[in-house]
Design a protein around this ligand. Structure first.
Ligand SMILES: Cc1cc2nc3c(=O)[nH]c(=O)nc-3n(C[C@H](O)[C@H](O)[C@H](O)COP(=O)(O)OP(=O)(O)OC[C@H]3O[C@@H](n4cnc5c(N)ncnc54)[C@H](O)[C@@H]3O)c2cc1C
Length: 535
């Protein structure tokens, strides 16, 4: 998979590169940044490694959070976000998110996102850990699909240059304007080296690196590996959120059964039919996601079956099918009528809290490199994301990135006091074998999953680094492939999880089951600069 840069075709320089940002990724964050750049008078190009619409965004179900209800306020939304984040939320970032969310929702309405309404007013749903109904949804549980399609159509109508099946492969040192992006094309037409210009990473999360995941296959954390290799600071990599309830029938896709169904009254039962969360947490099934995911995992380990049951049979059938059309039609297609039968569910890797560290305007530690959406770590989610805060994050910080691109001013995120310098691996540049991805995915799930300990994390880290040493390119003129990127991103998650000797939010250590005050801080990771040369 490694490719040589000797075949490169330099792109012709452009007079005003600063006004021509390259946006990488076409989920909510990338599409919105590109659109807003266009509206602000810039000439963005968007590239994406699959079809434009393929992204985590497209599969989002429950909703998008904003304090627009009569009994709600940004201050309440802020308080809920801070509470969910288990002591690590960056308050300034969360304040930005919650106070600017309503204006960004107005943008979506202006673009034509068909949010569901009741008697002419936008309908608002509820999810765990939100103290008010504040989730806007569209097409019942097709919120992400509606947003993705609307933004995509708008992007096409605005004539924004969009290149599908075009993958960011590397970032090289550039100029004041930004880094040099190296792109490759799925049609085999070779590698393209861009002139230095602002680059916006909107490449999403890492979910599909895990064996069990709710994410589509494009969510491989490549943006994080590429940025880290280029010298960017990353942080909060240990905080991977697991969603408690994905469909769990052998051979079927791990389709998410949205938390909003529990918000509507569905309950969880074990093999014996008991509501096992009652008594474990005051909010029972609406306890924070990490609590519910761990409780289910333990039930599964205790039982003879590989799932527990989500029981929605107590909900009115009409309401169930009207509110959750995607989930119910998926279940019917797999032989389950949720108004009559219980749904087998199990936890899956779902959302990456950490990523490329940014300030409040998306600036990373590399001049001209921005990050936004799930690939970014603004600190807004702390140690655990409040459900439905991620779609809106892409909009709120996307707007800030677009405005900063129009009026560039240098700036960089603050480095966490605790930042590890990670030695660069001496790559042997061996050819990549795709089967190794299976080994990485299994090790992440088993050892860097819902519950972790030092022994498993140490073994996993060693394994990821061994794979990395074999396949990392041996020199600066060769490009890393998907296995090298997967090994690198996985090693960053394992290293951070090993270093954080406590349990907090989405990160749970069997050997350190409590939070520790000394760890009430973010953990950064940065590549140790090579002694000479380097890539
Ligand atoms: C099943 C499911 C349900 C969810 N439900 C909700 C919900 O109800 N509410 C909520 O707020 N959040 C939800 N989430 C989370 C939310 O969908 C994501 O966090 C959010 O959509 C991320 O948006 P993004 O634009 O950052 O990334 P994505 O939407 O994942 O987009 C990333 C883009 O980058 C592209 N890409 C990746 N690497 C490269 C590369 N090297 N070169 C070029 N392109 C690249 C991908 O192809 C993709 O187009 C859900 C997630 C899933 C999977």
């Amino acid at each position: 998979m490694a490719e040589s840069l000797s075949a490169r075709r330099p792109r012709s320089g452009v007079a005003d590169r600063a006004s021509r940002p390259l946006v990488v990724g076409s989920g909510i964050a990338g599409l919105y940044v590109a659109l807003r750049c266009r509206e602000l008078g810039l000439r963005p190009t968007i590239v994406t490694k699959a079809r434009l619409e393929e992204s985590n965004t497209r599969y989002a179900q429950g909703g998008i959070a904003a304090a627009i209800g009569p009994d709600d306020s940004p201050a309440r939304h802020l308080a809920d976000t801070v509470r969910a984040g288990a002591g690590l939320v960056d308050r300034a970032a969360a304040k930005v998110l919650t106070s600017e969310a309503p204006a960004r929702i107005a943008d979506l309405v202006r673009y034509g996102v068909p949010f569901d309404t009741v008697e002419g007013k936008i309908a608002l749903g509820r999810e765990a850990a939100h103290t008010r109904s504040r989730l806007l949804h569209a097409g019942g549980d097709a919120t992400g699909y509606s947003i993705e399609e609307t933004l995509k159509q708008r992007l096409i109508a605005e004539g924004v240059e969009a290149r599908e099946r075009t993958t960011l492969r590397a970032l090289r040192p550039g100029s004041r304007d930004g880094p040099v992006a190296v792109l490759s094309h799925a049609d085999g037409s070779g590698v393209e080296v861009e002139s230095p210009r602002p680059v916006v990473l909107a490449t999403g999360g890492i979910g599909s690196l895990y064996l069990q995941s709710s994410n589509p296959s494009v969510a491989t954390g490549e943006g994080m590996a590429i940025a880290f290799r280029a010298g960017a600071l990353v942080s909060d990599m240990e905080f991977v959120q697991f969603h408690p309830t994905a469909f769990a029938r052998e051979g079927a896709p791990r389709f998410l059964v949205t938390e909003a169904m529990r918000g509507e009254g569905a309950v969880l039962r074990n093999e014996a039919g008991e509501r096992f969360l009652v008594g474990q947490h005051p909010d029972a099934e609406l306890a924070p996601r990490d609590v519910v995911a761990r409780a289910i995992q333990r039930e599964i380990q205790r039982s003879a079956i590989r799932w527990v049951y989500l029981d929605a049979t107590g909900l009115p059938r009409d309401r169930l099918f009207a509110r959750f059309p995607s989930v119910t039609s998926f279940l019917l297609a797999h032989g389950i009528d949720p108004s009559r039968e219980m749904i087998p569910v199990a936890p899956v890797a779902h959302y990456m809290v950490g990523g490329v560290t940014t300030d409040l305007e998306g600036r990373t530690s590399i001049p001209g490199l921005f990050a936004v959406g799930e690939v970014a770590a603004t600190g807004v989610h702390g140690a655990n994301r409040l459900g439905s805060n991620s779609l809106v994050e892409g909009l709120v910080f996307g707007e800030r990135v677009a405005r900063r691109l129009r009026a560039p001013v240098a700036g960089a995120p603050r480095e966490p006091a605790r930042t590890l310098l990670v030695p660069a691996l001496d790559g042997e540049g061996r050819p990549e074998e795709m089967r190794v991805l299976g080994e990485i995915r299994a090790a992440l799930w088993e050892e860097v999953g819902i519950e972790r300990d030092a022994e498993g994390l140490g073994e996993a880290l060693e394994r990821f680094e061994r794979i990395g040493r074999q396949v990392e390119p041996a020199g600066p003129t060769v490009l890393a492939g998907p296995v090298a990127n997967a090994a690198l991103t996985s090693s960053l998650v394992a290293r951070a999880a090993l270093e954080r000797t406590e349990s907090r939010g989405a990160h749970y250590r069997r050997d350190y089951p409590e939070p520790r005050p000394a760890w009430r801080q973010h953990l950064g990771l940065r590549r140790r600069p090579a002694a000479r040369g380097g890539r």
